[in-house]
Design a protein around this ligand. Structure first.
Ligand SMILES: NC(=O)C1=CN([C@@H]2O[C@H](COP(=O)(O)OP(=O)(O)OC[C@H]3O[C@@H](n4cnc5c(N)ncnc54)[C@H](O)[C@@H]3O)[C@@H](O)[C@H]2O)C=CC1
Ligand SMILES: O=Cc1ccc(S(=O)(=O)O)cc1
Length: 478
C-alpha cells in the first residue's frame, strides 16, 4: 500500500500514523494511506511558511505567474487521472470528477493572470503638495481548511489566489479525501515555488485545523465546511485578530412558476438537487412550486427520477455515485425518517441501495406535500434529498425562498421577464440563477452567499484579492 506524507518546508514529512483512504463506491478498495499529522507538524509548517514569506511577498510577480500557470497546465494535462482519483475517493461520477479537475486547472491559470493585474489607486490629498497611494500587500501566512465535497476545486480556489497575491500557505484538507490535495501538493512541489511557500498538513480537523486557527503565526483563515465548525473558527479568529473567510451551508430554493417550461424545470431541478449526490453547498433542496404546475411537476419529476442510475462512481452510465461516508449516509437516511414523521409524502426514492459492491448507496429522494416550516425544509441535509413546497403565486414563492437562515444560491424557472427580473433583485442569496440549476458556477466570478451561508469577503474572480491582500495608504510630500 502506498503511503503519502505531509509537505513541510519542501520536505515530505511523516506523521504519527497512517490512515487508509477508502473508496465510498467500494469499501474493499483502499486508494492509499495518508499520514495523520499533529500540532508539531502545524508548528513546523507555520515556521517554514513564515521563513519563506519575505522573499515570496516581495519577489517577482512574473515568477509567481509562471509557477501558477505551470501548475494549471499540469492539472489540465492530467485532468482524466486526477478526476478519476477524486471520483474514487469522494464518490462523484467520473465525468463530474474530471470536470472538477478541469476547474482546478482553470483556476490556477486564471490566477496566473491575476498576479499581473493587482492594481492600486493614486489620489490627490486634501492637503496641498501631498500625494496619496493606495496599494495592496499580501496578508502573510494563511491557513486554508477545506471540505470533502470538492477535493481539488476548493483547495485550488483558495491556494491559487493566496499564492498569486504573495501569501504563504498551510493547507489542511478534509481527512475524508486527502488524495486529491496530496496530488495537488505534489504538483505544486515541482512548480518552481520555493520551499516553505506552500505546505500541506493532513490529519484531523480537531487537531490540525484547531492548531492552525489558534496559531499566532497564522494571519488569516479561509474555511469551507459545516456551519458549526465555521462559526467557532470565526469566533477564534476574531478574538485573535485574524482575517477570516467562511463558506458554509445552504438551503437553496429553486422556484418553479406556472409559466415555466416544464421539461426545463424538471431537468434543472434534478441537476440542482441530486447530481454530485446532492453534496454541493449550491445544491437545491427546496423546490418551491406554484399551484398551477404543481401536479404536473410532481408527476414529471417521478418519471425523470425513475431513469436516474445510481451506481459505482467510476462505472460508465452512472448518473449519481454513492454518498461520501457512513456518517453522511446516516444523516441523509435520518432526514428521510424525519420528513416522513413530519407528515411529508415520500414521492420517490429515499432507500438504502445494495449494489454489486459494498458502498454508501441510496436512491435520490423527493418529498411532496411538504410545509416550509418542516425540519427537512429548514436544515441542511447535504445529500440527494429534496422536498417540494406548494405555493399560491410568485409573491408567496419569493417569500418562501427567502424564509431561511441561509443565502448561498437561489434559482427561478419562468418564462416571465417580469418575475425573473424581480427575483434577481429581491432574492436574498449571493448567487441567483434564472432557468438554470442553483448549482453550476463559473470559476472567474465571485462566489459566496449572504446570511448564515458565508462570512467575510467573496471567493473567486478578481474579488478574491479582497481577502488575500491588505490595503496600505501611503502619503508623500512632494
Ligand atoms: N458548505 C459546504 O461546502 C460543506 C458543508 N458541509 C456540511 O458539514 C457537514 C459535516 O461535514 P464535515 O466534513 O464533518 O464538515 P466539517 O465542517 O467538520 O469539516 C470541514 C473542514 O474543517 C475541518 N475541521 C473540523 N473540525 C475542525 C475544528 N474544530 N477546527 C478547525 N477545522 C476543523 C475538517 O477536518 C475539514 O477539513 C455535512 O454533513 C454538511 O452538512 C460539509 C462539507 C462541505
Ligand atoms: O465550493 C466549490 C464549488 C461549489 C459549487 C460548485 S457548483 O455549483 O457545482 O458549480 C463548484 C465548486
Amino acid at each position: 500500500m502506498q503511503q503519502h506524507d505531509n509537505l513541510i518546508g519542501g520536505q515530505w514529512t511523516k506523521g504519527n500514523a497512517y490512515s487508509p483512504n477508502l473508496n465510498p463506491s467500494n469499501l474493499g478498495d483502499t486508494i492509499a494511506e495518508y499520514t495523520q499529522g499533529n500540532a508539531t507538524h502545524v508548528e513546523a509548517a507555520v515556521a517554514a511558511a513564515t521563513a519563506a514569506f519575505p522573499a515570496w511577498a516581495t519577489g517577482s510577480i512574473q515568477a509567481r505567474s509562471d509557477a501558477l500557470d505551470k501548475i494549471g497546465t499540469e492539472i489540465l494535462a492530467r485532468r482524466e487521472e486526477l478526476g478519476t482519483l477524486l471520483s474514487r475517493e469522494e464518490g462523484k461520477t467520473k465525468a463530474e470528477g474530471i470536470g472538477e479537475a478541469t476547474r482546478a486547472g482553470q483556476i490556477f491559470k486564471f490566477f496566473a493572470g491575476e498576479c499581473l493585474r493587482l492594481s492600486g489607486e493614486t489620489l490627490p490629498s486634501v492637503r496641498p503638495n501631498i500625494g496619496v497611494e493606495i496599494t495592496r500587500e499580501p496578508v502573510g501566512v494563511v491557513g486554508l481548511i477545506t471540505p470533502w465535497n470538492f477535493p481539488i476545486a476548493i483547495p485550488a480556489w483558495k491556494i491559487a489566489p493566496a499564492l498569486a497575491f504573495g501569501n504563504c500557505v498551510v493547507l489542511k484538507p478534509a481527512d475524508l479525501v486527502p488524495g486529491s490535495s496530496w496530488a495537488l501538493a505534489e504538483i505544486i512541489s515541482r512548480s518552481g515555488i520555493p520551499a516553505g511557500v506552500f505546505n500541506l498538513v493532513m490529519g484531523r480537523g480537531s487537531v490540525i485545523g484547531n492548531a492552525l486557527v489558534n496559531h499566532p503565526g497564522i494571519h488569516a483563515i479561509s474555511f469551507t465546511g459545516s456551519v458549526g465548525v465555521g462559526r467557532n473558527i470565526a469566533i477564534q479568529c476574531v478574538t485573535n485578530h485574524k482575517k477570516v473567510q467562511l463558506e458554509m451551508g445552504g438551503k437553496n430554493p429553486q422556484v418553479i412558476l406556472d409559466d415555466a417550461d416544464l421539461n426545463q424545470a424538471v431537468e434543472l431541478s434534478v441537476q440542482s438537487a441530486f447530481y454530485s449526490t446532492g453534496q454541493r453547498c449550491t445544491a437545491s433542496s427546496r423546490l418551491i412550486v406554484t399551484e398551477g404546475i404543481y401536479p404536473k411537476f410532481i408527476a414529471a419529476m417521478q418519471e425523470r427520477m425513475a431513469k436516474i442510475k445510481v451506481g459505482d462512481a467510476l462505472a460508465a452510465g452512472t448518473d449519481i455515485g454513492p454518498v461520501s461516508s457512513q456518517s453522511q449516509l446516516d444523516q441523509d437516511l435520518e432526514y428521510i425518517a424525519i420528513g416522513k414523521g413530519e407528515g411529508a409524502t415520500l414521492a420517490a426514492g429515499g432507500e438504502r441501495l445494495k449494489l454489486g459492491t459494498e458502498g454508501y448507496y441510496m436512491s435520490p429522494a423527493l418529498f411532496s406535500e411538504s410545509i416550509a416550516s418542516m425540519r427537512i425544509n429548514k436544515e441542511e441535509i447535504f445529500g440527494p434529498v429534496a422536498s417540494v413546497i406548494r405555493v399560491k403565486n410568485y409573491e408567496e414563492a419569493l417569500a418562501t425562498a427567502n424564509d431561511t437562515e441561509f443565502g448561498l444560491s437561489a434559482g427561478i424557472a419562468t418564462t416571465s421577464l417580469k418575475y425573473a427580473t424581480h427575483f434577481k433583485r429581491h432574492s436574498q442569496a449571493g448567487m441567483v440563477m434564472v432557468n438554470l440549476p442553483t448549482a453550476g458556477v463559473d470559476y472567474h466570478v465571485p462566489f459566496g452567499g449572504r446570511k448564515g451561508s458565508s462570512y467575510g469577503p467573496r471567493e473567486q474572480g478578481k474579488y478574491a484579492q479582497e481577502f488575500f491582500t491588505t490595503v496600505k495608504t501611503a502619503y508623500t510630500q512632494a
